[in-house]
Structure formats: C-alpha cells, structure tokens
Ligand binder design. Structure first.
Ligand code: FBP
Length: 347
C-alpha cells in the first residue's frame, strides 16, 4: 500500500493540538480543539493583514485614517483595517468572551455564558504603525487570558488579571517574511507564513534567547528625560561593563526590536521619561505578552522595580516602563535601576 502520510510540515493549529495532547497525556483526556480554533482566528486575521501590507503601495491604504484612538494617536488606515480583521475573525469564535484592542476605548464583550465564552483576547492590531508608510517591519501582538469563574470575578475583573495568568501570548512580524511566534507556557515556537500554501509552518521550535547578546535597543533621543540610573546602565553597556562590545539597534517598532532581541539576545528598554513617567508602552497588549514569551525563552522582563508579569493592572490601556532581554543584561539592569526605581515609584 502506498504511504500517503506527509510528515513534512507542521502548521500552528497542528502544533497546538500536539502540545495539548502532550499536556493531556497524563489525564487521558483529548484536546477539544477549542484553543487551536481560537488561535486560527488570529492566524486568519494575520494573513488578511499581511496581504494588505504586502500590496500597501499599490492600494490606498497608506496614511492616516483621519481619527484618533483612545491613546490620542492618529490612527493609520492599516491600524483600522487590522483592528477590524481581528475583531471579525475572533468575534466568530464561540469561546471568546471579550476582545480588548489598543484601538478601542472599551472592550468588545459577547453575551456568551462562562462555559462557552472562556477566553479573553487582548491585542495590539498593528504595532509600530508609525513605520508603515516607510515600509519598515510592523506587527500584531496578542495575549490570551482565561475568564475567571463567576464566583471569583466579573468579566471586567478577568480582563485585568496579572500577566502571569496569561494562557497564551504571541506576535506576528510583517517583515521580509511573515513570522508568528507564540507560547502557551510550554516553550516558545516560531512559524513562517508559506505564501505558496497560505499556512504558518513551523520554522523555529523551542526558541531560546541567548544568555547574553551584543545589541542594546533604546530611543536615545529620550535619554535626557530618563532617571539617571538608566543613563548609567546604557553607558555601562557602551563602555564594556559586561565584558563585551555592544552596538545599538533601534527600529522603533516594538515587535521588530523584540524579535531581534529574542533571536540575537541583548536588551530592549523603554524607560520612564519626564514626558511619560509611567512609561510609553502599554501593559496588557505590549509588555505582558512579550514578557511571557521572553521568560519562556529564558530571558527576563521588568518595569524597574519588579517583574512585568506581576503587575496587577488597573486599566486596559495602562502604560508601564518596559525592559526585556537576555539574562546577563537584565540582571545587570535590575541591579542598576531597581533600588532607585523603587524609591522613585514611592515618591
Ligand atoms: P503603537 O504603534 O502600537 O502605538 O506602538 C508604539 C510604538 O510604536 C512601539 O512599536 C515602539 O517601540 C515605540 O512606540 C516607539 O516609540 P518612540 O517613537 O517614542 O521611540
């Protein structure tokens, strides 16, 4: 009999089912497929966004949409398109109880009972959108939380759970190739979109962040507004304080800067500034998902005085200082800034 099995490719959905089978093996239960169906909403939306971005120069999708989002930022046309694509694709998934987007002031909630609507998806539909018109990598970032049982909390309280409660997180980088990286707490795995078959195919399994890198990534134009300890830390890197030569890389698209840090090691930081003493980047849909991935890949993520994943959120668009990277650089950063950060935040 001719063997028809083609063990060549593994798609994201297959990989999630395999991971779940692994996890459930000890219980004898079979994965329900709910989770992989849920994540297929993200991969479908990512393919729609990718297609729009690839032909952006040929169709009228560059430039501002003509409205501001809740952050007071000029929305780009592709911000709005990406947001609609994710809301549409995820809204069709029965297991979704609420969707929280960087582009929307309030969560979109669905009238689904707790048995069915088990998950909350928080996302930044198009990160780095200020770079779209200049054809620089942009991305989509997502975080998945499980809804708390009614006796433990409301849907709103379920949205504001600390980052260590995430059941999955990931991002898509729209660059020379389109890459999706995700974790469900069982390692970090990368998939590349194969345009010939329209599927995200496993390309980097069990990704590890190098113990130490050779890049630091920060917007040095803000240096005058940083607390002195952060200036001292960057100076220490620049002057061989970690017994290694460092070069600077800053794209200004968080997903792209993070993806490089995940692959090559080093450190990315967006410290507090005089203009934004609470930091610029958003906790729920930028810092938390990337911190979860960094820790799962052997790295670390801090806001200065502590671990990003331990922050108890107070609002869905809350900002935070965000530093993430390889263990060596991060341990030195925590040693350099945490005492001061603690006293600063107490002020
Ligand atoms: P959004 O585009 O999703 O608002 O993200 C904010 C962001 O563009 C990050 O991607 C990036 O790391 C940062 O802001 C760049 O900020 P700055 O221009 O102040 O360095």
């Amino acid at each position: 009999m001719r063997d028809v099995s083609m063990a060549m490719i593994t798609t994201v959905q297959q990989h999630i089912l395999q991971q779940q089978q692994e996890m459930l093996k000890s219980t004898g239960r079979e994965p329900t497929g709910t989770f992989s169906w849920l994540l297929s909403g993200i991969t479908l939306a990512a393919k729609m966004i990718e297609a729009k971005i690839r032909s952006a120069g040929l169709s009228d999708v560059y430039g501002a949409f003509g409205a501001e989002n809740v952050q007071g930022e000029q929305q780009q046309k592709l911000d709005v398109y990406a947001n609609q694509a994710l809301l549409h694709c995820l809204g069709l998934r029965d297991s979704v109880a609420a969707l929280v987007s960087e582009e929307d002031e309030e969560p979109v909630t669905f009238n689904r009972d707790a048995e069915t609507g088990k998950y909350i998806i928080v996302f930044d539909p198009l990160d780095g959108s200020s770079n779209i018109d200049v054809n620089v990598n942009v991305g989509t970032i997502f975080s998945v939380l499980r809804r708390m049982p009614a006796e433990l909390g409301t849907l709103e309280e379920s949205i504001l759970q600390p980052g260590f409660r995430q059941v999955a997180a990931g991002y898509v980088v729209y660059g020379p190739s389109t890459v999706l990286v995700y974790t469900t707490g069982n390692g970090v795995h990368g998939f590349t979109l194969d345009p010939t078959i329209g599927a995200f195919v496993l390309s980097n399994e069990k990704m590890r962040m190098p113990e130490q890198g050779s890049y630091y990534s920060v917007n040095e134009a803000n240096a005058a507004g940083w607390p002195e300890e952060y200036r001292g830390y960057v100076e220490m890197l620049r002057t061989g304080g970690l017994k290694k030569e460092y070069s600077s890389r800053y794209i200004g698209s968080l997903v792209a800067d993070f993806h490089r840090t995940l692959l090559k090691g080093g450190v990315f930081l967006y410290p507090p500034t005089l203009k934004q003493p609470k930091g610029k980047l958003r906790l729920l849909y930028e810092a938390n998902p990337l911190a979860f991935i960094a820790e799962q890949a052997g790295g670390m993520a801090t806001y200065g005085a502590g671990r990003i994943l331990d922050i108890k959120p107070e609002g869905i668009h809350q900002r935070t200082p965000f530093c993430v990277g390889s263990r060596r650089e991060m341990e030195a950063l925590v040693a350099a800034v945490s005492p001061a950060a603690t006293s600063a935040s107490a002020r």
